[in-house]
Write a protein that binds this ligand. Sequence first.
Ligand code: FAD
Length: 553
Amino acid sequence: MESTPYLLNSKDRSLAVSLLSKQSFDLLIIGGGITGAGIALDASSRGLKVALVEKDDFASGTSSKSTKLIHGGLRYLKQFEIGLVREVGVERAVVHNLAPLLVKPEKMMLPLRKGDEFGPFLTSVGLWIYDLLAGVRSSDRRQMLNKLETLVAEPQLSAKALLGSGVYAEYRTDDARLTVEIIKTAAKHGALCLNYVEAVDFLSQNNQITGALCKDVSKSNNSVLFEVRATCVVNASGPWVDGLREKAGSLGKKKLFLSKGVHIAVPHNRLPLQHAVYFQVPDGRMMFCIPRHRATYIGTTDTRYSENPGSEKASQEDVMYLLDGVNSTFPQCQLKLTDVESTWAGLRPLIHEDGKSPGEISRKDEIFLSPNGMISIAGGKLTGYRLMAKKVTDKVVGELTKKGISCIQKCITQEIPLQSALVNGQHTHQYEHAKKLVAALELEPWIADNLMELYGAASLSILQNAGQSSSHGDKALILSELKHCLETECIVHASDFFDRRTSRMLFHIDSVRTFSDLILEEMSIYFGWTEAEKESERALLKAAVRSAGCFSP
Ligand code: FAD
């Protein structure tokens, strides 16, 4: 592994900008979502000199707005896409092995009711095939429960027309943290990744793209323009892929279809589920309810979106649709609008297919090669990020080899652990240690699990630092988390910390309200903000909390 000049310390931004502008790269990636992050890691670990620019925060696009499942795609089985079921099913286990705490096994319950498309027998066979294709261990394979067993396991379910359920293995993650951990790992392999840098135009020579004109947008009042030169450019900008293809003069016949998906989070005690549940709602669509520590989240919608990406929001209609779906399946809870603590809306960057509705369009990824040399990638899933990255990097390596640049030809990311790795077999010991440190800080026990998922082994040093500080409890913890994120995760604004590093904005929004002033004060001291800068940061954070905490009419 090469020594690296920039390891995402938030204070070293200007060094990173100057390195981006002064060097010439083998590969420039535009977009710091899961797709771009995956490519940055794959390419840098093969020895390429890589730069990645992200116009907002890492994972601020679709990659922090998903259902946060690393899943095998049961829907593909229904569509008889057997190859795809096998591919993503096997891949789930690979990603779990790379980040065992961040990508956690989660049992999913599929309740079965009279009148559903598939009855217990067909579901049992389907889930059996699903497990088989994904190579699931026999101890983890699907279990079929009868009506009584289902109600014992999940008492909130409506007993009406219930026949039983299937319980099968999936994985839950934190999409934004997964993206950030991949970016950090890519940086350790020498990739120069920077957020708040927008590619505003392309550089070209002899009709070939040779880089991008970029703008440092980290400060609204002081944007700096600079060129990033690269032999190869990959457009991994998710919902913005077509916009950049158009700018590069390479928008072909195939175009994106954007579909909006909304989630809501409610306190866990208002929907106290034991399992993640995947259920059919009255209009025939499927929905997820997923317990996550102090919250349960619910999603998703799937509606065509035709405005500019970036302004998507959850509407009251979206939220009501989700609440109606939940209330019909878990009638004892009768969730109301006032139970909704947070919402998030994301755009699926799908590939347009004539005459198909959002729910029918394939989630497969596709690579577009432009005559000017730019490689664009769209579609796909969080789950398949590593395989998508491999396909794109193979293409990049092919192009670079033609131009005389040599590197490792084979993808090695299946062997590169993500997140601060725990010593093999030490998980239980480290969990116990985290629990003791959490108890010493007089925090609720779920916080230990949450921290281990978010930061892996680094949560132990975060907790130890919190324990040694002059503050106590929640305050000590959040300050220690902030220090960790400032020093190793390149945060620029307070919402980066509250949303995509800690997920508090989605799953514990009250804690954001409680600690806003404290965090702004600490960041202000760290960055040396003027009073005016601090006020502008306060306004930004307020807007982010407002946007997560309520929905547009
Ligand atoms: P993005 O995450 O959107 O990243 C693109 C990035 O490019 C953005 O951050 C953007 O700011 C940046 N960018 C754009 N233009 C520029 C520019 N000019 N310069 C610099 N940067 C730029 N998949 C699963 O596997 N499991 C799930 O449970 C799941 N649930 C989902 C639920 C919903 C509601 C949605 C919408 C999707 C879901 N997906 C799921 C799919 C998955 O989230 C997406 O496929 C994936 O996140 C797309 O990542 P991306 O990196 O391609 O795009």
